[in-house]
Ligand binder design. Structure first.
Ligand code: AMP
Length: 349
């Protein structure tokens, strides 16, 4: 068990790291942030920060020696230099490596009984043509690695579209387009001893590939699909020997839940847990990696709505504070189009 005053190192410097650092502070821990970015919004609320590339072994070594436990808030971290800190990293390196590659994560989900959209790895124009022929169109071509918030994705409507596309110089995956009724996520926390707790699953609405809104309770098609989706998420977590918060995203379809992807970390669709659940995803992630007892994940409101503030929507956001149901979170970032700047959670008790 990490004693109060212990230091948690967080790889990645964005808003997830910021909210993790705030939860860690509440439990009496210090945090150090490791990020290549000069203007890290996590570093602003942490005890110390290392600004260096993820590929710098000396900087990583110094950082790791100053921390008792290490975690990450961002999965697109090159893992080549991380082997030396693997025994103190939670979630573990295998979970990170699995989740950062769409082909690996789909295969892993299949290996434990999950059903992703039909997919094929694509390295060349010929492979894309074969994939479109086998799986059909419409579909989505995605880079296997480094994509986020709808970046690195191209919709393909026909075989002709596939011929015209200029493939990026990296492995991709072609996925059949899923006719879903709704999207939802399963967010769980797994302790060092293997105890698993789930938060209620929100319905997630995306605009242009970016999460716009999470809603609870999730009704309609989702309600009956949460149990099988949880069973799969638990298999994934157990199979990886996972410690911390794990998020799995699903499509609710007429044939049951289809696995979309996993994030080996706290997730935007879990931000509502700060005000809407007995223990937030951030606090429970810190509890899990510190070896503390897990907190209650029960929802404490009758209805919750989380809206992301994207781009300049954040500039006028303080107005929502006149609404007694609203809780405003601003991440302190410079406004940029399409950037996640903050979120508002409304809870009705
Ligand atoms: P991703 O980055 O894979 O989570 O994709 C972002 C969003 O794009 C998803 O949340 C869906 O709204 C949409 N999307 C991604 N893949 C598919 C698919 N195979 N079929 C239908 N919609 C998809």
């Amino acid at each position: 068990m990490l004693q109060p005053g212990g230091t948690i190192g967080i790889l990645g410097g964005g808003q997830l790291g910021r909210m993790l650092a705030m939860a860690a502070a509440q439990l009496g821990y210090r945090t150090q942030i490791y990020t290549p970015e000069r203007d890290s919004v996590a570093a602003e609320v942490a005890a110390e920060a290392t600004i260096a590339p993820f590929t710098d072994p000396l900087a990583l070594g110094r950082f790791a020696s100053a921390c008792d436990v290490l975690t990450f808030e961002f999965e697109n971290i090159p893992t080549g230099q991380l082997a030396f800190l693997a025994d103190r990293l939670a979630p573990n390196l295998r979970a990170l490596e699995t989740a950062q590659d769409r082909v690996k994560e789909k295969r892993f989900a299949e290996s434990v009984g999950g059903r992703p959209a039909p997919f094929a790895p694509v390295e060349s124009a010929e492979e894309l043509a074969r994939a479109v022929e086998r799986i059909g169109a419409p579909g989505i071509l995605k880079t296997a690695r480094d994509g986020y918030d709808g970046k690195g994705q191209w919709r393909i409507e026909s075989a002709r579209d596939a011929e015209a596309i200029r493939l990026p110089h990296t492995t991709c995956v072609y996925e059949g387009f899923v006719q879903f009724e709704a999207e939802f996520s399963v967010i769980l926390v797994r302790s060092l001893e293997g105890e698993v707790r789930f938060w209620d699953s929100p319905e997630n609405r995306h605009v242009d590939g970016i999460l716009a809104q999470s809603l609870l309770p999730a009704g309609g098609a989702i309600a009956g699909q949460v149990e099988p989706a949880r069973a799969l998420a638990r298999q994934i977590a157990d199979g990886l020997g996972y410690v911390g918060v794990l998020t799995c995203e699903f499509f609710a379809t007429a044939q049951g839940p289809v696995f979309n992807e996993m994030a080996p970390r706290v997730h935007n669709s879990g931000h509502w847990t700060i005000e809407g659940a007995a223990t937030s995803q951030f606090e429970n992630h810190i509890r899990a990696i510190a070896g503390l007892p897990l907190g209650d994940t029960a929802t404490t409101a009758s209805r919750v709505q989380m809206d992301n503030l994207i781009g300049d929507a954040a500039l006028s956001a303080q107005g929502v504070l006149a609404d007694p149901a609203a809780h405003l979170h601003l991440y302190g970032k410079q406004v940029r189009e399409g950037r996640k700047m903050g979120h508002v959670t409304r809870v009705w008790r």
